[in-house]
Design a protein around this ligand. Sequence first.
Ligand code: PHE
Ligand code: FE
Length: 266
Amino acid sequence: MSAPALRGAPPPDAAPDWTVDQAWSHYTAQEHQVWLTLYERQVQVLAGRACDAFLHGLDALDLHGDGVPDFARVNERLSRLTGWSVVAVHGLVPDEVFFDHLANRRFPAGRFIRRPDQLDYLQEPDVFHDVFGHVPMLTDPTFADYMQAYGRGGARASGLGQLHHLARLYWYTVEFGLMDTSAGRRIYGAGIVSSRAETLYSLEDPGPRRVPFDLDQVMRTPYRIDDLQQLYVVIPSLQTLLDVTLQDFAPVYERLAGQPDLPLEG
Ligand code: PHE
Ligand code: FE
């Protein structure tokens, strides 16, 4: 048994829920230019590769206009579509804070943007990854419900000591998910759509494995955060993803307790 981890305090300028003002007027011309550069080159590669829900969301939210989007303006559109909103945070927030935002249909997004020499890779999620990568999918009603359910499930998994299992579901769906559609295989994962290299690699490189979605297998498979993925999980539709994950995970966690992790290399 272990004592519950003490929850750290938010940074001095943040609210108790760890949010801060986006301070949109403080972005410099160079920072806006970084957004525009990234936006343009992703749009080039995403046509025919990202799923329709993502591309429609990108259009509906008008994320290209003046560089880094003003969250207040994004939220006017997003809240009308699915009741979600984007809130600014400094970077990563504690798990329980993150889950609480999701459970209330708020997506916490980093407000800083990478430097011009970091266009291709960044360890920490910045506003481009968080807003360009994650927010368009939140305009899709099914995905919007999935993310909220994930937030509720996170609080629950945390209480059951099962976050390591649940986090893998997030990784292989929300971050690096692929989907089969009648038009072909498409990307919906935020970690892919916000990266030019991974957009091409995930769909077209012969190297990585691509396996059909299976909840137990996903939860038993570790992941690496420091390189292109060696494994992508393919869902048949967003509705299937939501249907499968709406089941009670308590028996799933029990069943997994006796089973070893699966190797990343098939
Ligand atoms: N059904 C999950 C549970 O019982 C909650 C959940 C839903 C988790 C959707 C992730 C995604 O805990
Ligand atoms: Fe992310």
